[in-house]
Design a binder for this molecule. Structure first.
Ligand code: FES
Length: 151
């Protein structure tokens, strides 16, 4: 449901939303079909979005860059109120909900940055340092995968 009182400047056409977010109009239509944003229709059946939908779609762009899947993004956005501009408190709720996932990704990025030119415990034993860090592929006892990065 949309708010009862909307000012003209609160509403923007799909082209303006596309220009400001950098998304193609077709991508916005796709996100709308998935329920990530909702439009109103004018008397002439043209879509109008809330100006605050720029932030919703910007969140989608950021979350995708961070490696979150569309299902996770949909679940997070579903907690935002429909029909009114989300407040800072609404966004804080999403931020808290995603903090654990973001912290895990940050930790993975940091381990990758630290380790990518070192032995990653993958079983290849192809670097001189593997003999030091992973002699006889001891990391392989833990099962498959590059244990020094992903564990
Ligand atoms: S890099 Fe593969 S085991 Fe060391």
């Amino acid at each position: 449901m949309r708010p009862n009182v909307l000012h003209h400047e609160d509403l923007i056409p799909i082209g303006a939303l596309a220009r400001r977010t950098g998304l193609a109009v077709s991508a916005i239509r796709y996100y709308e079909a998935r329920g990530l944003v909702t439009s109103l229709r004018t008397g002439g059946n043209q879509r109008r979005f809330l100006r605050s939908d720029i932030r919703r779609l910007s969140f989608v762009l950021i979350a995708q860059k961070l490696g979150l899947g569309l299902a996770e993004i949909e679940a997070a956005l579903a907690t935002l109120p429909q029909g009114r501009t989300p407040t800072r408190i609404d966004w804080q709720r999403i931020s808290r909900a995603l903090r654990g996932q973001l912290d895990a990704r940050i930790a993975l990025l940091m381990r990758t940055r630290q380790k990518l030119d070192e032995c990653i415990g993958c079983g290849c034993l192809s670097l001189e340092r593997c003999a030091l860090y992973n002699p006889q592929d001891r990391a392989g006892a833990k099962g498959a995968g590059p244990h020094f990065v992903l564990d």
